[in-house]
Design a protein around this ligand. Structure first.
Ligand code: ARG
Length: 643
């Protein structure tokens, strides 16, 4: 792992021991929890409404004009018109050091934080907690009141490409979304196991092994295993299709003769000969020897797998991803599959049908799931069969509290069948812990040179494009210290941000021009916002480690207050993301911040201001940079300091 090109930096984590009387309330970690606790307690004292009920209903707002927290009063279950109730509660709410008098806003009671105390708390925390601001190690605890019981464990299975086949857009999205989920669960205190379930088993690996004997080249394999194996695979598949022509013709001839009741014995002998020497048949035999654990057959396959994994690791590192486990279809034990059918048979889930074993979901109250083959006529297992074996193996090996499969929506049926079978096998306890996180298709993923095949090609192409974009501004370009490296990072950001821009279920069109532009909510724009804040810090001439001692009372402008309010909500944004499991929840927040920042620069100037004001404003910008950084890290992006 020492030669990985990008460092896979650990995400920081903070937790707390002092548990509030309110459920999931962590005032020392989440500033908004101080306010929820305060409002719930004060309002309850003044009205006799249950404090916990109020606490649980205090919601964050989508826009700052609706307040920092809002109480939808209908949720209090009091028989009164919401509007009237709002006014009544507003009148009863006592004077407070922390919040302004609440206002009735239709059916909502809106609370606004008083700017000065909020500034002190939030900026003070962001500047001292740094990368840990927003993290919450308590959420992932098995028992929040007893940390000694340990963290909850989650397996996130993602990326999962197939060896010797293209890394397509589905794998790209799975990689991006899965990497994000792994970061999210990590900063919320879960013990995360990142698993890559490779497509690395089946007859096609027999074909590949034979193909390598004809078309393989040791040097090329060492140098670029992924591309070379794909080349070999394409060539040997070419042979298969060529040989298929006479085989098909012979089959057709036999069919015609049979219809006329003519003798076909010589044709059948001829066909058997053709089949016997065909690559397809040789592949079948080779794969059989792999299944029978013949050392030589396995050794070659294992080299292909190991070399491919080594190469994948380098590419994943560019995306800040490192897997804990490289599992795969090959790793599922025959025994687990056999045990699974036995359980299925005795549970009445599996039945014989024309020599094969099938599961007929329509008989088990799941009409939509149709039927699925579990074991082929020739006794061999299928993709689904391996997943059934794998789910039980993983449960035994890892004792996880939750498992997420990050797989394209095209496989919705497959995963629904897998979970249903697990349930029908009497393992509802297991299927209930599993979740399929799906996503829509990417259209038109091609580079300027043609259709993309591998992740490296995509990243190279986008990096090249980004380099061109950078070069078009020559003055700026001259100032960038390491343009190729920067272009690479910006390119990766561009791809990832485009992917994370909509909800997961929506597909999108891969658009090189749009994603690499600095206009609009793009990756390069996000990086630019971060780099600009870094440059401001460098140019300020201030000691950036001493900003927490600034006088925050000097931040009186509305722009400053609004920015602070937004920074205050970052821990809540993470908690909300934990519910949506959507990268866009984080991304939209970051873009809200960058927009607010860009409208603040003219109002809140650092250079040229009075020393105390200058320091306070720089503290505000430094805090914004930190939160931007923290958000980008959760998304899996590498924030750049200069560009
Ligand atoms: N290798 C599969 C493919 O490329 C994806 C694997 C998804 N995970 C699973 N457990 N079936 O389609």
């Amino acid at each position: 792992a020492a030669d990985l090109p990008a460092s896979v930096e650990a995400l920081t984590l903070q937790s707390t021991q002092n548990v509030s009387k309110y459920p999931s309330c962590f005032p020392t970690l989440n500033p908004m929890d101080i306010y929820r606790e305060h409002i719930a307690t004060k309002l309850s004292e003044a009205t006799d409404i249950d404090a916990e009920l109020i606490y649980g209903r205090l919601a964050w707002t989508n826009t700052l004009d609706k307040g920092d927290l809002a109480l939808p009063v209908a949720a209090l279950r009091i028989k009164k018109k919401p509007q009237e109730l709002c006014e009544e509660l507003a009148a009863k709410f006592p004077e407070s050091d922390l919040v302004l008098p609440p206002t009735a806003n239709g059916p909502h009671l809106s609370f606004f934080c008083k700017p000065q105390p909020l500034a002190k708390t939030v900026l003070g925390r962001v500047l001292t907690e740094k990368a840990a601001y927003g993290t919450n190690g308590n959420i992932g605890l098995k028992d929040p009141s007893d940390p000694s019981k340990g963290q909850k464990r989650i397996i996130i299975e993602f990326s999962s490409p197939n060896i010797a086949k293209p890394f397509h857009a589905g794998h790209l999205r799975s990689t991006i979304i899965g990497g994000f989920l792994a970061n999210l669960y990590t900063v919320l205190g879960w013990d995360v196991i990142k698993m890559n379930y490779l497509g690395d088993w089946g007859k096609q690996y027999g074909l590949l092994a034979n193909g390598f004997k004809y078309f393989g080249n040791e040097e090329a394999l060492q140098k670029d295993p992924i591309n070379h194996l794909f080349e070999v695979y394409v060539k040997v598949n070419g042979l298969v299709s060529e040989q298929d022509v006479p085989i098909k013709a012979m089959k057709e001839q036999i069919k015609l003769k049979k219809e006329k009741n003519e003798d076909v014995s010589s044709e059948e002998a001829e066909l058997a000969k053709l089949v016997d020497v065909s690559e397809d048949e040789k592949a079948r035999r080779y794969f059989k020897s792999m299944e029978d654990s013949e050392p030589e057959a396995l050794a070659l396959w294992r080299r292909f797998r190991d070399l491919s994994i080594a190469k994948y690791k380098q590419t994943y590192a560019r995306l800040n991803i490192d897997f804990d486990v490289y599992s795969g279809e090959s790793q599922v034990k025959n025994e687990s599959m056999t045990n699974a059918y036995k359980t299925m048979e005795s549970a009445g889930v599996a039945e014989k049908s024309e020599g094969a074993v099938i599961a007929d979901f329509t008989k088990h109250g799941a009409k939509k799931l149709g039927k699925a083959i579990i074991v082929r006529k020739d006794g061999t297992p299928l993709y689904l069969t391996r997943d059934i074996g794998a789910i039980t193996e993983r449960d035994e090996a890892y004792h996880f509290d939750k498992m997420i499969y990050v797989v394209a929506a095209q496989q919705d049926l497959h995963l629904a069948q897998l979970f249903k079978i697990t349930e029908l096998m009497g393992r509802k306890d297991l299927s209930d812990r599993c979740e399929h996180i799906n996503f829509g298709m990417v259209h038109g993923m091609s580079t300027r040179k043609g259709t993309v095949k591998f992740l490296d090609d995509i990243l190279r192409d986008v990096g090249d494009k980004m380099h061109d974009v950078m070069k078009s501004n020559d003055v700026k370009y001259q100032q960038v210290e390491n343009p190729v490296q920067t272009a690479d990072t910006l390119g990766i950001t561009a791809v990832m941000v485009q992917d994370m821009t909509g909800k997961r279920v929506n597909g999108y069109t891969f658009n090189l021009e749009a994603m690499t532009s600095f206009e609009g909510d793009t990756g390069p724009y996000l990086q630019y916002a971060h780099a600009r804040l870094c440059s401001m810090g460098r140019k300020s001439g201030l000691d950036l480690d001493d900003l927490a001692s600034a006088n925050f009372d000097l931040l009186t402008e509305q722009h400053a207050t609004d920015l602070i309010r937004l920074l205050a909500s970052w821990p809540d944004v993470l908690v909300n993301t934990y519910k949506t499991l959507e990268p866009v929840t984080v991304l939209s927040y970051l873009f809200r911040m960058t927009h607010m920042l860009s409208s603040s620069y003219d109002v809140l100037k650092v250079i040229g201001s009075e020393p105390d004001v200058k320091k306070a404003r720089m503290a505000l910008y430094a805090a914004a940079r930190q939160v931007l950084h923290n958000g980008m890290r959760v998304l899996g992006l590498n924030p750049v300091e200069r560009m």
